[in-house]
Write a protein that binds this ligand. Sequence first.
Ligand SMILES: Nc1ncnc2c1ncn2[C@@H]1O[C@H](COP(=O)(O)OP(=O)(O)OP(=O)(O)O)[C@@H](O)[C@H]1O
Length: 365
Amino acid sequence: MLLTSDTPTAPSIWISALRKFYGDTEILKGIDLKVPVGTYLCLLGPSGCGKTTLLRCIAGLEHPSRGRLDLQGRTMFHETMPVPVPAEKRGLGMVFQHYALWPHLKVFDNIAFPMRQKRASSGEIETRVSDLADLIGLRPLLDRFPGQLSGGQQQRVALARALCIEPSILLLDEPLSNLDSGLRNQLRRELRNIHDRLGMTSVMVTHDQDEAMALADMIAVLHEGAVVQYGSPAEVLFEPATRYVASFVGYDNMLEGIVTDLAAGRTTLDLDGTRVTMQSSGRFAIGERLAIALKSRDVSLTSAPRGNHIATTVGRVTRLGSSLEIEIRAADQPLLVTQSADAAPAPKAGEHLFLQLPDTAPLLR
Ligand SMILES: Nc1ncnc2c1ncn2[C@@H]1O[C@H](COP(=O)(O)OP(=O)(O)OP(=O)(O)O)[C@@H](O)[C@H]1O
């Protein structure tokens, strides 16, 4: 199919059947993504799933082996193109985990560097750097050298440098991972504010699901070089597409059952003799084996159950700081429940209780 992306409504980033090989190894296995203008997209996945390779293909620092990539309605790579558009002609801003500032240049000159390469006038440079210094809180630091800055300040300089060419797309590769958690939260908020104020499309690589949930409009979850889910944070969190996505976003229990009944928006499962009816719009079949995805902190143990519940026996109870980690068996399967150590009464090993199930827990094949 020929993509006709040269229209005002063209996606900011349009990736189609993109594949990347290193030797015989296929690292990206047919990526399709359409990213609307102004989206904050997070590429989320564990180490080695191909996030950085995909970002580098968008940047033009790597060339894909097959497929097509359009940015802002212009084709950057197509498998039939003799030469892909080089990185410096893509009009992108890039921020990496390692700040890569010039140590011998002052902050002002580090930020101005890409504009000088583009032979901008000194008046333009003065105005742009000054505006960015105000936006990113760097004004008092413009006369310092990078060696005189903290990690957070250096990362701000790297961000200002990436923004000074006014990119329509900003690429960020784990830009916060070298920072301590307080600073990370602060810079995370600033990144989102700057993104909103400048109206760019941003693509950020992260392996931190909380970071992705907090920042993104859209999340692409990668697994072994493929996008296994592309959706809003709420979709990824509450309607994970696969068991892999579910476990990646924190569903640490899978309770297996067999579908016995289907009604509009409801699925009944048999769990080793106990029936539970879950709210689910999934298209399942009677007799199919499914997992109810549960987070150990979202399930509870009770002696007075209501709605969906299942009999359990309490196993080992371990105190971890202010919470209790309770191992249980339910429907002949091992599960974990986490609750506050202050919640009374604390379950005891050998006690017979009921596991209360949220009706809305995702059902997964
Ligand atoms: N230049 C290269 N040559 C050969 N294999 C490579 C090259 N670059 C990356 N790979 C392999 O490609 C796979 C994906 O790497 P990539 O860096 O994209 O993953 P990632 O999801 O960004 O991981 P991380 O979070 O650890 O950076 C890995 O198995 C890696 O070893």
